[in-house]
Design a protein around this ligand. Structure first.
Ligand code: BTN
Length: 321
């Protein structure tokens, strides 16, 4: 009901009489008044007078499921799950996908997470104001072909953020988003497969959007937020939709267009042409990051000329070569 009232007030773009609104929504005027009080308590500023009616003056910075699904393809109708607080949207998305509630696509968005998860079992701080979502997809790709999906997610997220903010967003292999060397977003992709075939993928995107660095808890000093970089808030539903829509249309082109996607990744790279240390399975390897291979693996050549290709691992950036 909250969503419908807000949608009706926005559509009216001016005062709407209580009688008209109650009639349209099929509730009594007393019930409508109660809902209005609830919305005000949630941060909506709604002018109301018996003569003129109700008028929406401003909204809290919240993501509404209805607003978001109206910006996404029709297949997302009833497939956007928005919660105030989740343990982890990836965990919730997996539960919903396994139980059949989400599919063939679905989107889980939380205003905040209490147990946000990063790569390598790290904690991901997720206070109110950020963008924390998990997209469920069932792509027609083999497990091997799906190896580039995290890179695709990083490319589309970087491009969408750059367009929305004008910032120079770069990618640290495989999928960390950096602004002037500081991490602004991360991606955690999880796969459910059976007999070697993908059942579904959960692509979790965490973007420090309308939050300040101080709200990120004990995050390391090499982090930043869009708010700190630009001094203003982004429209979160629009930005989420831009990321998701671009991701889905590019995903449909895989595996055919993988080279084009990898070219876009290279153009946004903060990794290639630098000395890097890649830590994988507890072991570090230092050399120049020279390129990606055709499956998105990172090719590193050390001083002795030893060439290694990494499919997973943590990169520490060094000097430009
Ligand atoms: C990383 O850089 O380590 C990946 C961070 C991924 C965080 C996002 S926030 C939404 C989704 N839910 C989670 O618990 N994690 C991902």
């Amino acid at each position: 009901m909250k969503d419908s009232i807000v949608a009706a007030l926005k559509e009216a773009d001016g005062p709407v009489s209580g009688e008209l609104l109650a009639g349209r929504l099929g509730v009594s005027r007393a019930a409508l008044w109660k809902h209005m009080e609830g919305l005000r308590a949630a941060g909506y500023v709604i002018d109301g007078s018996p003569k003129v009616g109700y008028r929406l003056m401003s909204e809290p910075d919240l993501i509404l499921a209805s607003a978001l699904s109206s910006l996404l393809p029709a297949e997302f109708k009833e497939k956007v799950v928005r919660v105030d607080e989740a343990d982890s949207t990836n965990t919730l998305a997996k539960e919903l996908a396994s139980s059949g509630r989400l599919g063939p696509v679905g989107l889980v968005v939380a205003e905040s997470q209490t147990g946000g998860r990063g790569r390598f079992g790290r904690r991901w701080h997720s206070p109110h104001g950020g963008i924390w979502f998990s997209l469920v997809i069932r792509p027609r790709l083999s497990v091997r072909e799906a190896g580039v999906v995290p890179l695709l997610a990083s490319v589309v997220t970087a491009e969408a953020v750059a367009e929305a903010t004008g910032l120079d967003v770069r990618i640290k292999w495989p999928n960390d988003l950096l602004i002037e060397g500081k991490k602004v977003a991360g991606i955690l992709t999880e796969l459910a497969a059976e007999l070697g075939e993908i059942d579904y993928l959960v692509v979790g995107v965490g973007l420090n959007a309308n939050v300040s660095f101080d709200e990120l808890g004990d995050s390391d000093l090499a982090a930043t937020t869009l708010m700190d970089e630009t001094g203003r808030a982004v429209a979160r539903p629009q930005l989420i939709a831009k990321i998701v829509n671009r991701f889905l249309s590019d995903l449909a082109g895989l595996p055919k267009d993988v080279d084009k996607m990898l070219t876009r990744w290279r153009e946004r790279s903060a990794t290639l042409g630098r000395t890097v240390t890649v830590t994988a399975a507890g072991e570090g390897f230092t050399g120049e990051a020279v390129d990606l291979d055709s499956e998105g693996g990172l090719i590193v050549v050390d001083k002795a000329g030893t060439r290694r290709v990494f499919r997973a691992g943590e990169v520490t950036l060094g000097e430009r070569v």
